[in-house]
Design a protein around this ligand. Structure first.
Ligand code: URA
Length: 283
């Protein structure tokens, strides 16, 4: 199998990229080093954590004899390395990056993707140039949905948050092109039949301050889920904003702005998907 590293272009390489917004304060740059230098991890994890490819692609590289550990080619699956070992892939040194966690208030007209072949603005354009890290969005928001999206290079956390078994809550502020009746809201709670199965909101409320909007809370991450749930009644969503994801809230973060998560926020998220606590350093 050919080696295709999943590299995203950096913002400066993209023709239509807009200048990135700045974090609220450089002092709040938090990163976590998940293991001590003398701890051992699997070689494929070491490689994927350096940001060049997935664990599966790393396995292929290992099988193809393209990986050296301390000067010797290693082809053994499951080989363990220490964080301070010297690892080369195709002759180039690689090293795991520290974990970082960013909360972005995604603007409209922005793609939730690491790269876009049509050169449209992606969520990465808004943050990557400032962090220097290769990050990945956790889940997906439609191009014209605004609101909270988490970006991180902590793959275990991202995978667990996206896994349906953890039933991560997502709360959307929804404005439709017409008033949604009490009966329709009740039907959303009971479940509506979509082409790929029943979709149920675990909570539906009218917005206390915005009388034309409702808050719809779901556990699922199916494509266009909320828009399709509203379309079930022949109505159309004209504005969609995610205001909560798991234990994270958008609060006062302005559209297009981002901030680093605080240590306690990361550890609360990790605890919610049964991952151990991390210790953080500021840079
Ligand atoms: N549901 C949608 O319909 N769109 C989103 O972006 C997120 C949830």
């Amino acid at each position: 199998m050919a080696y295709r590293p999943k590299l995203s272009k950096t913002a400066s390489e993209r023709p239509n990229a807009k200048p990135a917004s700045k974090p609220a304060s450089k002092k709040r740059y938090l990163q976590a080093k998940p293991e001590k230098d003398t701890e051992t991890i699997r070689l494929n994890k070491f490689i994927s954590r350096s940001g060049i490819c997935s664990r599966r692609d790393a396995d292929v590289l290992i099988q193809e004899g393209k990986v050296e550990v301390n000067g010797a080619v290693v082809k053994e699956m499951g080989y363990q390395v220490q964080l301070n070992d010297s690892v080369k892939v195709n002759g180039t040194n690689v090293h795991p990056e520290n974990f970082i966690y960013i909360l972005l208030n995604k603007p409209t007209n922005t793609i939730t993707s690491t790269d876009d072949e049509k050169g449209r603005q992606t969520v990465m354009d808004l943050v990557e140039a400032n962090t220097g890290h290769r990050l990945y969005p956790v889940g997906r928001l439609d191009r014209n949905t605004t609101g909270l999206i988490l970006l991180t290079n902590d793959g275990d956390l991202a995978n667990r948050l996206m896994h349906p078994s953890y039933k991560i809550g997502k709360v959307y502020e929804v404005t439709a092109n017409r008033y949604l009746s009490d009966e329709e809201l009740e039907q959303l709670r009971k479940g509506v039949e979509l082409e790929d199965g029943i979709a149920k909101a675990y909570r539906v409320e009218r917005h206390l301050a915005k009388h034309d909007s409702v808050l719809i809370s779901v556990h699922e991450g199916r494509n266009h889920l909320v828009r399709r749930m509203v379309a079930f009644f022949g109505a159309e969503v004209i504005k969609l904003k995610r205001i909560q994801y798991a234990s994270l809230y958008i609060d006062k973060l302005r559209v297009g702005r981002w901030r680093f998560l605080k240590a306690f926020e990361v550890n609360k998220l990790r605890a919610s998907v049964k991952l151990p606590e991390l210790r953080f350093t500021k840079s």
